[in-house]
Design a binder for this molecule. Sequence first.
Ligand code: NDP
Length: 444
Amino acid sequence: MQYVERVLEELKTKNPNEPEFHQAATEILNGLKPVIEKHPEYEKAALLERFVEPERVILFRVPWVDDNGAVHVNKGYRVQFNSAIGPYKGGLRFHPSVNLSIIKFLGLEQILKNSLTGLPIGGGKGGSDFDPKGKSDNEIMKFCQSFMTELCRHIGQDTDVPAGDIGVGGREIGYLFGQYKRIRDEHVGVLTGRGLSYGGSLARKEATGYGLVYITEEALKCRKDSFKGKTVIISGSGNVAIYACHKAQSLGAKVVAMYDSNGYIYDKNGIQLDVVKQIKEVERGRIKEYANRVKGAEYHEGCKGIWTIPCDIALPCATQNEIDKASAEILVKNGVKYVGEGANMPSTLEAISVFQKAGVVFLPAKAANAGGVATSALEMAQSSGRLFWSFEEVDAKLKNIMVNIYHNMDEAAKEYGVEGDYVAGANIAGFKKVAEAMMAHGIV
Ligand code: NDP
């Protein structure tokens, strides 16, 4: 049996009931086949077996007391996946769907994404099955303090530097940082996505969404095209979606639809982003409200329908597996030309195959959404140097990183005979550096 197939089979046997982890590993390892064939020494060193096994998995209890005095217990996770090229780096997700499989898939993806940025950061991911929806500020603070009370013994500015993800934004990072500082008595860059008053970086909030648009813009530019006049669909209405919408609009695109986990809005005149921001960022409300405030806009219950709206560019920015085979087929039938993944693994393996067969330019998450973690690494650099860069400086570095990622994955795909296959290109470009470092470190 071929090396990749054997490793995937063993992974499924050793880690049953982890479908998302199997899905991510299958996508990554299959894309790496051309590299593995060129390097028989990797099999002798069991490189892939080590690559898919986290260096450390931390599972812990998170007890907290709600405003009525009732005691709750959630699960806390931190998967420290790979530190070959730098300290573990990756977000924390607070969502009821969180389990070990999801954290491991995200952690595995993160290794290659972080490597692709060209910056010295390893891969990790964490979170909890805690649901922040409907909780008071005080309950969020209590939960974050309890979560960090345990997590603080496992992280550090040179060891593991978490950040935000779904359900973890500026407010949560603030509470988490406050508790870390209180227990460890250290004001250091142990978390990124921090507020500007206590060590954060300008442009971090915008970075993932902006980065997604920058890399898509480069793909367009290489085909002598641009965002100008294009119809765009963006799923989600959180951090990534909002700033992707902002940048796409500023480049002349018309964003016509967005959603939250209840349903989607369609505004044929183009989404008014200030209304979305007011509802989602300020009021923490439901996107349904948009249709009550903007004349001519429609609201539809459920999310899937968003993909039936004709568009030139689709930017899924909500969550994993939001585009399945059927949705991909409708998008293709309606003429989509570019798909850029803002969320992590938003397309199923079958959906990716539909896009690639139809000649759609498909920009996979680990490249397309790497702008967030890249800017986190820029935040780490500013913390270490006790520096503070201007918005323009950080934004220019971000754009440069995204353009480089595009060309690195494009060249890797060409070098290994799979031109235009950016899934393989991104996996290969990210893996080469990690593999080289792992080989240099010996069997560890
Ligand atoms: P947010 O929590 O800010 O926003 C998430 C958005 O997606 C919300 O609109 C939410 O709706 C919606 N959503 C969540 N789950 C579902 C679901 N099951 N079905 C439909 N909609 C859903 O998260 P982010 O914007 O930070 O993250 C979005 C994605 O981008 C994630 O996959 C994350 O891993 C990825 N990412 C984020 C980065 C960052 O810097 N923030 C960096 C790289 C990747 P509702 O409001 O109803 O909850």
